[in-house]
Design a protein. Sequence first.
Lengths: 305, 253
Amino acid sequence: MKSLISIQNVSKAFGKHKALNNVSLEIEKGEIFALLGPNGAGKTTLISAICGLCRQSSGDITVNSFNTVTHYKDTRNQIGLVPQELPLDGFESVYNSCQFSRGLFGLKDNRNHIENILKALSLFDKRDEQIFGLSGGMKRRLLIAKALAHEPKILFLDEPTAGVDVSLRRDIWKLIEDQKKIGVTIILTTHYIEEAEQLADRVGIINSGEIILVKEKNSLMSEFSKKTTFIRLSKQLQDHSFVKKNKNISVVENGMALKLIGINSESNELQVLVNLLSQKGIGFTEINTVDNSLEDIFLDLVKAK
Amino acid sequence: MNFQAAITIYKFEMARFRRTIFQSLVAPIITTSLYFVVFGAAIGSKIETINGVSYGSFIVPGLIMLYLMTESINNAAFGIYFPKFVGSIFEVLSAPVSSVEATIGYVGAAASKSTIIGLMIFLTSNLFVTHDIKYPLIMAVFIILTAVTFSLFGFIIGIWAQNWEKLSIIPTLLVTPLVFLGGSFYSIDMLPEFWQKVSLLNPVFYLISGFRWSFFGTSEIPIHLSIIAIVSFMTICLAIIAIIFKTGYRLRT
């Protein structure tokens, strides 16, 4: 099946700095794609190139088979963009601001549609207020409302929950999931890896303007995941020599616990360790195994690069 | 053609005009009234008629032109600079809006605002002086051409400006002196011969002179030169805007 968004060998240079370096990426229809990367990795530049805010130095981008340069009206018609900052005309009212966004896409005012969005984002009561009077969280939601005002098929969310409280973050996640249910393709950049872990179908990692990896979130988690096992000891471990031989084992909590990385609780290695402790007359009070998070995987991959 | 987008931008900008109606409309009317009191009544009573026109009536076209030009520039420059300044310009740039549609929206609104102000000044002038307009159609054409052309010029300034100082530097240091020295309040026949020749280098002089012709049927230069001047300036502004949108100059990175 042909991808909804196809990015082929796209580069973008600002002077000598290469913000994007030969990036190729395919986004499938109906998925939530999380684009992760450290600050300055090129996430916003890539989104800007797709949405027409910046012009790539080379390469091609198509949206639904339309080229973003030669058929920019056809591509932009399908896209809603929520930028990272809060760029709003503070003198305008909430409703009129949404109506303006809709009108730019060639659509006449649809009060029902805009009011439904404002209700979904808990902004309905503020519809006639000037944007100046809104809190940061409300402005963030308003940007989402504006992006949805023209009923886009593709939604770009550049750090949509930056600086919002936990409760609002959950509300925005629900809204994203609801959009997915009605068939909207969502491309998300975020610093909150938990967000990508919660929402994304696929994850792309970008660093220094290059795509390092693109994978389905679940296969990424299983492929790169390492288990961490904590063994809490019945008494303090004095002799650390047998532990030092294995780089995956470390003594923590002032000798009262061992931390094992990448060793399964059912493995022989663990059995051997338990036997050794037993020979030294040390028992254990608790064995606890946790999977490492997408955040750990992300940090490992970025560091490795 | 995305007409709806152009209409949306136009309405949005006109809403800004309505929000600041006092500053936009009342302030020019009060200032114009002061001009009439000072120039028309106090000084004008000491000046003889110019080409058979009383001084009070003579300055009406100049005053209208003064406001038409400065307000067109200021409104258009602010209209595009403000969304650039707050960042909300991203909406227009990421929407299916062509350069023509965006220009129609922003420039059309700025030209409408300044035309309304120009007409209000004309109505205000009727409180102080009485005059018949000899060629009302030509007057309307001049008002529209000037409002659109100087709004295009202001639009360019708004895109070019990267801070508030740059936004006001050209209107303050270039346009206002040109308008004042272009014969707004005097006939260049009243100047020494040398300064008459210098005045002919001032493009604004041609516009004021042509506009005055539409009022009284007399002017310092032939009407067709005025038309050529305004149309030439408009063409230059349109060409610059076309280049700006083609290159994305100070709009897209």
